[in-house]
Design a protein around this ligand. Structure first.
Ligand SMILES: Nc1ncnc2c1ncn2[C@@H]1O[C@H](COP(=O)(O)OP(=O)(O)OP(=O)(O)O)[C@@H](O)[C@H]1O
Length: 305
């Protein structure tokens, strides 16, 4: 990849919790208008890598060394206030459990207004109109009812769609998504992925996804990183990593995917087809096998058979 085209460029990144190193010497890039997907076993440091980018490591987490360059700015050099301005504006994050993102005691519409106020001078009416438009784009049939609701009155899938609306509201340059579908019912997962892909096409937002779901890799990824014990052991285009993998862990990973080539071919058609024909990715059957369970604690498969 042309270095000049990198939106996010991470170099020699080391992250620890207390004394325990969790992310080790990670190098990676996400280009402009690119979707990068990171896969890897549970506990390999994927979420920690995402959280270190957006400065949400928690009290005992520290970036001990390395560079995190975003739009040619070193995120490590930002003070708390500068980071607050970037978070939710230039970089948004979508979490595994959307419920955690929201204040349970505040209606969705008010939360949206409070969120927008952190980043721009906006009236309640303007925020309401913006939220309404986004919820229509995100296929809510009754946006006003959603905006009047408390988060607990919405289903998991609705909460995640609402979280996507918040994430997209400021037209961020980069979305970080930490297993955004794994807590959702399998019938809703495909819908969420489709909506994220729609947002990507509509707003040219780069995305960095963490997932256990290889169907998501097949469908979304331009670039794939395989993480193993804190290190990115393989990094390249989807085709390079999936068809020309070098690292034994990646090969084990792919052996657990007997129908991967078919899924890849279909996903390519789906991704292209989305733009041309507004193709809808159907809810697909879940396949789980013993290999997969061995290497991933909570893997879901939703491949076309
Ligand atoms: N706040 C924390 N304090 C201490 N250790 C932590 C903390 N968060 C995560 N860890 C540990 O860091 C390691 C990496 O965790 P992380 O959540 O980044 O992995 P992951 O690859 O995202 O896993 P999963 O796929 O299960 O979500 C694990 O050993 C985990 O127990």
């Amino acid at each position: 990849m042309n270095a000049g085209n990198a939106l996010l460029k991470i170099k020699d990144l080391n992250v620890s919790y207390g004394e325990k190193p969790v992310v080790k010497l990670v190098d990676m890039e996400v280009g402009k208008k690119q979707i990068a997907v990171i896969v890897g076993e549970s506990g390999s440091g994927k979420s920690t890598l995402l959280r270190s980018i957006i400065g949400l490591l928690g009290e005992n987490g520290t970036v001990s060394s390395g560079e995190i360059m975003f739009n040619e700015r070193d995120l490590r050099s930002l003070c708390h206030e500068e980071f607050r301005k970037i978070r939710g504006h230039d970089i948004s994050m979508i979490f595994q459990n959307p419920e955690c993102f929201f204040d349970p005691g505040m209606r969705a519409g008010k939360q949206f207004y409070e969120f927008m106020k952190m980043h721009q001078d906006i009236t309640k009416t303007e925020a309401r109109e913006l939220a309404h438009g986004l919820l229509i784009e995100l296929k809510f049939s009754d946006p006003e009812r959603v905006l009047r609701s408390y988060p607990f009155e919405l289903s998991g899938g609705m909460c995640q769609r609402l979280a996507i609306a918040f994430a997209m509201a400021n037209r961020p340059k980069l979305i970080l998504a930490d297993e955004p579908t794994s807590s959702l019912d399998v019938t809703v997962q495909a819908e969420i992925i489709n909506l994220m892909l729609q947002m990507y096409h509509q707003y040219d937002t780069s995305m960095l996804f963490v997932t256990h779901n290889m169907a998501i890799v097949a469908k979304l990824a331009d670039m794939v990183g395989v993480m193993y014990r804190g290190r990115i052991v393989e990094w390249g285009t989807k085709e390079e990593v999936l068809y020309g993998s070098q690292h034994p862990y990646t090969q084990v990973l792919l052996k657990a995917v007997p129908k991967f080539k078919k899924a890849m071919a279909e996903a390519a058609i789906h991704r292209e087809g989305y733009v041309k024909t507004n193709f809808k990715y159907e809810a697909l059957p879940v396949m789980e096998n013993s290999h997969e369970k061995k290497y991933f604690s909570h893997t879901h498969w939703s491949l076309a058979h």
